[in-house]
Write a protein that binds this ligand. Sequence first.
Ligand code: ADP
Length: 582
Amino acid sequence: MEPPFTKLHHLLRFLRPHWHWVVLAPFAMLLESYMDLLQPALMQRIVDEGVSAHDQALIFATGWRMLLYALLGALGGALCTYFSSKAAMGFGNDVRQAVFRAVQRLTFEQTDRFTAGSLTTRLTDDISVLQFLVMMLTRMLLRSPFLLIGSIILVLRTDWHLALPLLLSAPVITWIVIRWMSRLIPLFRERQLRNDRLSAKMQETLIGIRVVKAFATERGEARRFEGLNQAVAETGLEAGYLHATLWPALSLVQHLTVVVILFVAGFEADAGLIKAGQIAAIVNWVSQVMMALIHLSFQTMHFSRSFISARRVLEVLGTEPGIQDGPRTEAPADGSIEFRNVSFAYPGSSGQPVLKDLSFRIQPGTHVAIIGATGSGKTTLMNLIARFYEADGGEVLVGGAPVRTYALRALRGAMGIVLQNPRLFVGSIDENIRWGRADATDEEVAEAARIAQADRFIAQFPEHGATRIAQGGVSLSGGQKQRISIARALIRHPQILLLDDATSAVDPETERRLRQGIRRHFRGTTVLSVVQRVSSIQDNDAILVLDGGRIAGFGTHEELLRTCAPYREIIDSQTPGGKEVA
Ligand code: ADP
């Protein structure tokens, strides 16, 4: 487990592996800045000693030196960019990796709380802002103060009177920038929130693109997107307006300062106190001071902006996973499942329990169907077995031990889970099946597909198992997707197979063969399936009937028909004339 990341300075840990680049970059930059400082002095020499004395040799020699210094400066600049890019990219990569890992550890509830949109912008935008900060710090952090102080010293050495206007303009520049920043920082915060919403909308529309098209609501969606997009653009525009006023204000101050300096220098030159080359050099250094001040203010601004992003990244990194690993790293002793007085309410819901005092035991290797009205808690019950959520009261046991005592990998590693809306990944059919167990052989993949009744339709695709699905590949029907997902779960040879309405789009005859195949090939596996159709109850050893979060009955079909009124109602509702079909 990684140490918790809660404070800003914790992010510095991500710089540690790249420390040599972090150190080298400012050194290279010092070379560049030092050359920048030397140039005006050389120019001064050319003007004052070369031009006025008509000394061609000195002009050439100094000119060559200026060229050499410029080349050295360029070399320093290029090296600095290379080193700081290395530092920033390495840092950004590591942070992104850590945030991705943290996101994967979040529980469903925590993911919902952050929202997928916000997690996406944190993983992309916010980390890019931090990456840019590292780039900027390694390049500019020393450069601006170095140029600022160096130029001031050189001006003071040449003619200290001419440094006085600087003393007046520096506070003005600082004041302008502070005022500007106080308006800009809230804008950044707002913009990130609006970005979150925009990216959430984008994801929602892309995931639900079929629904959008089916309902022909593209225009409505585009309008809603436009609204959110506009909101992001507005904050950008507002920042743009601020920017538009800032630059002219700063350059006005800069030029005024130069004018005042030239004015004073004019008098001094008349009095023979200063030479033309010296004035030119001073103007150059003063410009560097001004630019350094402006850069420093921008750096401070980016710094503040990065704080917002850093906090957003740290919120993810510092979130303790809602569900922690237990000490057991070995697989459950067997595939038994037991609920002891289990109660559960979804976190954040009104506290209304979804499961109420549930107790039952399923022996290893038995097949149990769960049936009940929509909302009776069937999926929730499955969620507790895989420990996607933690029971509020009572105990859920797998293999005789409470689920919270297992490391999640050990617990879920023993399970094959097929969720209600199975999601396949971009890749071939075989890759999707092998996703369940990376080291499965081709034969095992084929066998899992066969048992899941997927082999026949796979054989009809042009490239069989190598056929690509999803992006740029074939589209699968709901029933085909479900069967590939079942194959993906079976290939794990799970002790417990959880099928949450996983055969709803498979025809009853195929489903019957599938269930019989599982029973034949996976003798020891406990199979728990949420079912909607009465026909899916066949081939199960027992049926658990849920009604409003409570167990209304648990037994065989015949027993329940005799003793369980809610079960009879379900059977009757699905059987023409009230006759049983199971
Ligand atoms: P079933 O699978 O039997 O249709 P569920 O277990 O999915 O029922 O849901 C049981 C109840 O819990 C429903 O009232 C549903 O609204 C609620 N519920 C399901 N998931 C969540 C969730 N993530 N947050 C809050 N309530 C939920």
